[in-house]
Design a protein around this ligand. Structure first.
Ligand SMILES: *Cc1c(COP(=O)(O)O)cnc(C)c1O
Length: 393
């Protein structure tokens, strides 16, 4: 006999989310998610799809016709990009300077591609000279890079330089903008990026479930002239074209509620203004950075490639990074994260994304972190940190 389960009413704790995502969701987005469902082919939903596409183009800074939310999390839009662009026998160049370049490599390999790498240490961006050298050595068909590396808190500068190297070599460029879209300056068209994908639960402050993707005509030409079908039916863009393109025919049932949520999250982006939103992330995260530095802590990324949406702070000697994370969660209902891979144990990762990029959140975080570090007996100047943050705010 399978017993009847005794499960109580859903009551998750009320956290403040300052980790690498998800970020705090705006109340308007939560309200949008509680509105009634319509069918995925309902004329009213077709209008909503068009609006979401228009809002996505605004946010990506692109005129690309082919701009859609992919059903699934950021990894789904990532796999749609890589799995459609890379054909068996193609070579894809990927970076080794963080966790998500490795994920790109796994996806390219599963798509039947040959993976080659351009190296940089974890915690540093790619050097255009190294990218050029890799192109000379391997002549890849596709070049992927991570614009905002969430594992290291590094922003990839000089994107137009990278895309021009790739285009001089007839390769297509795929950008991971999961932790930059809607939070950090990114311009798909002006920077000549062929394909960019993102996720909703980082700087867009929307629950995971429908993930932005944009492709220009050159990329879509390649996708539509493949000799072999992509290995995934679900993420085959030539089939998704039937639903998101002119025809609006059934492919799979869109996650209606997530599309509502994304629409509202993107409406908030447009209301604020994309450039104003980039500026807000920068100024709020600067206050966080000023505070931790004045406490006597060190940021892992130098100013030139500091990523405002994801701040990596070095764990001081003698402090247990995990104990601080636990203390913040238990005492303050506040989420931050530890380092990954090569940086495990060395850094904390503090997100400053979307609705979490607010003065209120940063003040709260600084107070809580100061307390946690005092508790750990770290030799930090909490007063100076709090003063620097409040001055900056
Ligand atoms: C979070 C993240 C992803 C993956 O997104 P999921 O929503 O977790 O599937 C990919 N790339 C980067 C840079 C990310 O931060």
């Amino acid at each position: 006999m399978v017993e009847k389960p005794d499960v109580g009413e859903l009551a998750p704790p009320n956290r403040t989310l300052m980790g690498p995502g998800p970020s705090d969701v705006h109340p308007r987005v939560l309200r949008a998610m509680s509105t009634p469902l319509v069918g995925h082919l309902d004329p009213s939903f077709i209008d909503i799809m068009n609006e979401v596409q228009e809002l996505l183009r605004y946010t990506f800074r692109t005129d690309n016709q082919w701009t859609i939310p992919v059903s699934g999390t950021g990894s789904a839009s990532m796999e749609a990009a890589v799995g459609n662009l890379v054909e068996p026998g193609d070579t894809m160049l990927v970076p080794t300077n963080g966790y998500f370049g490795d994920r790109m490599a796994s996806m390219a390999e599963r798509a039947g591609g040959e993976v080659v790498t351009v190296d940089a240490p974890w915690g540093e961006p790619l050097d255009p000279v190294a990218v050029e050298t890799a192109f000379d050595e391997y002549s890849p068909d596709v070049f992927g890079f991570v614009h905002a590396e969430t594992s290291t808190g590094v922003l990839q500068p000089s994107v137009p330089e990278l895309t021009s190297i790739a285009h001089e070599n007839d390769a297509l460029v795929v950008a991971d903008t999961v932790t930059s879209l809607g939070g950090v300056e990114f311009r798909a068209d002006e920077w000549d990026v062929d394909v960019a994908y993102s996720g909703p639960q980082k700087c867009l402050s929307c629950p995971p479930g429908a993930s932005p993707l944009t492709l220009n005509d050159a990329a879509m030409d390649k996708v539509l002239s493949r000799e072999t079908q992509p290995r995934s039916w679900y993420l085959d863009l030539s089939l998704l074209e039937g639903y998101w393109g002119e025809e609006r025919a059934y492919h799979h049932t869109a996650p209606i509620t997530n599309v509502y949520a994304l629409r509202e999250a993107l409406r908030l982006v447009a209301e604020e203004g994309i450039e104003e939103r980039w500026a807000r992330h920068r100024s709020i995260a600067s206050a966080l950075k000023a505070g931790v530095e004045s406490m006597g802590l060190e940021m892992n990324a130098p100013e030139e490639y500091w990523l405002p949406s994801l701040n990596t702070v070095r764990v001081p000697d003698g402090v247990d990074d995990g104990a601080v994370i636990e203390y913040l969660l238990e005492e303050y209902d506040l989420e931050i994260a530890s380092g990954l891979g090569a940086l495990a144990g060395d850094i904390w990762r503090i997100g400053c994304m979307g609705h979490s990029a607010r003065a209120k959140n940063v003040s709260y975080l600084m107070t809580a972190l100061g307390d946690a570090l005092t508790e750990q007996g770290a030799g930090v100047d909490v007063e100076a940190g709090l003063a620097a943050t409040s001055d900056a705010l």
